[in-house]
Design a binder for this molecule. Structure first.
Ligand code: MOS
Length: 702
């Protein structure tokens, strides 16, 4: 089924909206400052919350001295584990806020001060004295390898380990082998808008104005924590200033705000995390060590691929990133093995960050492939093409579409790849070593269950299309408007979209690049149901609800987006300074709903990948268990001056299996592979192989 049919519809639509570079429908509100973010909702009689955080990495709070603080100007209440309301459900140790006096990591929430102004709350919080019984802690990654364990499964429900064929025998008999360990750092997401909550209890219901990627996910979880029926918690998030996964799951601060609001019924409690607090409380990307072994014949045909990953989790709650999963699907090799092992530490709880799994997990293997190309004397583009599988190596299923080779070829052509001499350290220009590198990129097509949509017709002649989806800056307001317009065969002006509110029909989270697939399919279904029932000339008040229909093809096919990333790198001969004047990505992501917002997603992902390559790393001091560089002065992210030319292109890919729209999802693939392409280019420039991120100057001064 094609929702955007050619030809002129009843609404006088000459051409489909899907595929057009419609400007963001929320753009005017954003640039005029009238788009309301969580903290900005204007409510009366507000109380401000400032969190109290543990200053030890492990132990017990024995006393919080609140007496003097309660008398300070503006202070309304001090919340600790002594007076915090009891939660109905406390099985999730990250969310069981103030339910005990235990401290499980440095920075954990141990209380809050409520005051009439944010300044008074912060001032009073700084005067609170806390006594602890400190216990020995372990925050050293990887530390003692003997304590590593295998989780029951990794994120996404994937198997912890896979083992096909006989990797050891294949490696022993391979003409060319590679055996190296790669490292990625700890990363924090740092969206522009901090994590913010305004919480109001009225009667027995709770309203949360929340900066979140999923209003229904937050409503459901918070309702369970407080023992409420789901309908009694309403979460409102019309605009969200970035999330990158850190707002994908509810974290402790929203629970703290809700607990605090219980103490002041009827008064809205406002909390916006400081940048420093965001380094403790809202998840982060685990550091990884990736032991890669490859075996190939002299022509570079892989016989064995092995990836053993070591990463961390918190001791109180397991988060097992699916780092090795992409490797199971990338290249053909008869003998394949992947493993994940975790160090459970007294640290904050890791979580999702843009392309969890694929982003860190493609770094080691894609640099290893570059090393193999050098060892075999092959062009790294050609090496990848040579190892293209006919079907998914892991499941054996056919790909619904797989255009990695097309991306590599088109990227090489656009980038001018063939013009470069492949010999490393062969071009020195004005004191800079110059080189180019490539990496493959991939991201799965995720389809999340649980979405419904309402389509209704109003007296103003517009169609109300309602679904509790989120726009975290990705363009959801715009793309869902386009999808609805085509599905109803009317111009976009006749669509009145409603999203960002758990009072709307339920929607899956804006995560896993699944939004356009899941919500788009749901809207197409609701529109089809509406037209079946009311035809093309509905009356005021006509309305239908529909849920996302099943897609049997998800069982029959392996569904993934692919891409190829190319980088040009310059490394200063005398200082080791690394610059990236040029990045070019070509992606195969199915149908592109809106080239303007899609391009933004790719450029943003690639910029974040560049940032990961050159700058980003959260440095944990194992003696104290905290992130030392916990602000944007110490945690460097790429800014305008770090970014040269970035080009993002996509192939004209038609995939009839993924969903009625043919879309695969684009929010995350742009970050996957960028860091490997930069590292590979840096090797080509200098001859120095750097296997741990970021590519700081010291690593090139040998
Ligand atoms: Mo994205 S890290 O799946 O929210």
């Amino acid at each position: 089924m094609t929702p955007g049919r050619a030809g002129k519809g009843h609404g006088g639509v000459a051409s489909p909206a899907v595929g057009r570079d419609l400007p963001r429908v929320d753009g005017p509100a954003k640039v005029t400052g009238t788009a309301t973010y969580a903290f900005e909702h204007q409510l009366d009689d507000v109380v401000h919350l400032y969190p109290l955080q543990a200053t030890v990495a492990r132990g017990r709070v024995t006393a919080v001295h609140t007496g003097a603080v309660e008398a300070m100007p503006g202070v309304v209440a001090v919340l600790t584990s002594d007076n915090a309301p009891r939660l109905a459900w406390a099985d999730d140790a990250e969310l069981a806020v103030l339910q005990s006096d235990a401290v499980a990591f440095r920075g954990q929430l141990i209380g809050a001060v409520l005051a009439e102004t944010s300044e008074e709350a912060r001032e009073a919080a700084s005067a609170v004295l806390v006594d602890y019984d400190e216990l020995p802690h372990d925050a050293d990654f990887p530390g003692d390898r003997s304590r590593l364990y295998a989780p029951a499964e990794v994120s996404g429900g994937f198997a912890t380990d896979t083992d096909v064929g006989d990797v050891e025998a294949a490696l022993a008999s391979a003409a060319v082998t590679l055996d190296q360990t790669y490292a990625t750092a700890t990363y924090h997401a740092n969206p522009l808008e901090p994590h913010s909550t305004v919480a109001v209890w009225e009667d027995e219901g709770l309203t949360l104005y929340e900066s979140t990627q999923g209003t229904h996910a937050v409503a459901t979880k918070v309702a369970a924590l407080f023992g409420l029926e789901a309908g009694l918690v309403r979460v409102i998030a019309p605009h969200v200033g970035g999330g990158f996964g850190s707002k994908g799951l509810p974290h402790a601060p929203v629970v703290l705000a809700a607990l605090a609001a219980r103490l002041v019924p009827g008064r809205p409690v406002k909390l916006a995390l400081t940048r420093q607090q965001m380094f403790c409380l809202v998840g982060y990307r685990t550091p990884t060590l990736q032991h890669v072994r490859l075996g190939a014949d002299a022509d570079g045909r892989l016989s064995a691929v092995s990836l053993d990953v070591v990463q961390q989790t918190s001791r109180i709650k397991e988060f097992a990133e699916q780092t090795a999963v992409a490797t199971r699907t990338m290249y053909a090799a008869p003998h394949r093995r992947t493993t994940h092992r975790l160090a459970a530490l007294d640290v904050a709880v890791p979580s999702w960050m843009r392309a969890p799994g694929e982003c860190p997990g493609m770094f080691g293997p894609e640099v290893a492939l570059d090393e193999l190309a050098v060892a075999c004397g092959l062009d790294p583009v050609e090496l990848r093409i040579r190892n293209e599988p006919e079907s998914d190596p892991q499941s054996g299923k056919p790909f619904s579409s797989r255009n990695l080779v097309g991306c590599l070829r088109e990227g090489a052509r656009r980038f001018g790849w063939q013009r470069w001499d492949r010999a490393p350290r062969s071009r020195l220009e004005g004191g800079w070593w110059v080189g180019v590198g490539v990496s493959a990129s991939t991201y799965p097509v995720h389809r999340m269950a649980g979405s419904s949509a309402t389509v209704g017709f109003g007296a103003d002649g517009r169609y109300r299309v309602a679904i509790g989806a989120a726009d975290i800056g990705t363009g959801t307001w715009t793309s869902l408007t386009q999808i609805a317009a085509d599905a109803l065969d009317v111009p976009v002006e006749r669509i009145a979209l409603q999203i960002g509110d758990s009072a709307l029909p339920p929607a899956s989270v804006a995560g896993g690049s699944s939004g356009t697939n899941s919500w788009g399919s749901t809207i197409v279904e609701a529109a089809r149901t509406f037209r079946d029932k009311f035809g093309d000339h509905p009356e005021d008040g006509d309305e239908v609800d529909a849920s996302m229909p099943p897609n049997p093809d998800t069982e029959r096919f392996a569904m993934h987006a692919f891409g190829a990333q190319f980088a040009e790198v310059r490394v200063r001969q005398d200082t080791g300074e690394v610059r990236v004047p040029r990045l070019l990505g070509v992606f195969a992501v199915g149908r592109v709903v809106n080239p303007r917002t899609a391009r933004s997603q790719f450029l943003g992902g690639m910029t974040m990948g560049l940032s990961m390559a050159l700058h980003e790393q959260s440095v944990l001091d194992p003696r104290f268990g905290h992130i030392v560089n916990h602000d944007l002065a110490g945690y460097h992210i790429a800014t305008n001056a770090d970014v040269g030319t970035i080009e993002a292109h996509w192939l004209d890919e038609h995939d009839p299996h993924v969903n009625p729209l043919g879309v695969k999802g684009i929010g995350e693939i742009g970050i996957v592979g960028t860091a490997a392409a930069v590292a590979n280019a840096a090797h080509h420039a200098t001859g120095t192989r750097v296997r741990s991120l970021p590519l700081t100057p010291d690593k090139f001064l040998l």
